[in-house]
Design a protein around this ligand. Structure first.
Ligand code: FMN
Length: 201
């Protein structure tokens, strides 16, 4: 059973966070999810999904994924005394999806502006798995250097870049295929039917 720390920041692509949280919540392999949404994350979620993720508590989870969940604990980004701010709290992995360039830079430089950055800093110092899903285009040299630095520390940098080799018909197909890649990295089983099985030619 896995315990996963889940950050949502203010990059475009909150729908990826919504879908991934749905999958993790349904997975029998996941026992607990510690969710933190940055202030900018709340704003972008409002813009892109029309949801109000202000505050903490079960209402936020229901607003985001449409069901209640005892697995998901919502922390305030200002609560630097939360469980996930300490290395003594056992979290198997952390994922930030979508990850803004601002949060990526903060993590790369060790500056902990909020609980998401602190939790990521803890994951790094404890040598646990950190997965970042950055979203920006184009990248400038600062973005690229920050990603390189984190990659060299073992952080999995998985940009929100949909693929087309599985012949997606809908936006939903694109999103789901990308979410399966994230689940693979987190070691969470799923029923993906769109794995590449070699060329048909
Ligand atoms: C609608 C909207 C879309 C945004 N998209 C991105 C984005 O794709 N990538 C990014 O790095 N920042 C994006 N931003 C800017 C970030 O939200 C901003 O840099 C913020 O300070 C990030 O803070 P956080 O990392 O604490 O969430 C967007 C902002 C808004 C309002």
């Amino acid at each position: 059973m896995k315990s996963i720390t889940f950050g949502i920041t203010g990059a475009s692509g909150t729908i990826y966070a919504q879908r991934l949280l749905m999958h993790l919540n349904q997975s029998p392999q996941v026992s607990r999810i510690d969710l933190v949404i940055s202030q900018a994350g709340v704003r972008v979620a409002g813009e892109e999904l029309g949801v109000n993720l202000t505050g903490t508590g079960p209402r936020v989870v229901h607003e985001l994924i449409g069901v209640d969940s005892e697995k998901v604990i919502v922390h305030s980004p200002n609560d630097i005394g939360a469980t996930i701010a300490s290395g003594s709290y056992l979290s198997d992995a952390m994922i930030i999806v979508p990850c803004s360039m601002g949060s990526l830079a903060a993590i790369a430089s060790g500056i902990t502006r909020d609980l998401i950055h602190r939790a990521a800093d803890v994951i790094l110092k404890e040598s646990r798995m950190l997965v970042l899903v950055p979203r920006e285009t184009p990248f400038n040299a600062i973005h690229l250097e920050n990603m390189l630095q984190l990659s060299r520390l073992g952080v999995r940098i998985i940009p929100a870049m949909p693929s087309f080799y599985h012949h997606p018909k809908t936006i939903d197909d694109l999103i789901e295929h990308f979410i399966y890649r994230l689940l693979d990295h987190l070691g969470v089983a799923h029923d993906q039917k769109t794995r590449w099985e070699g060329s048909r030619n």
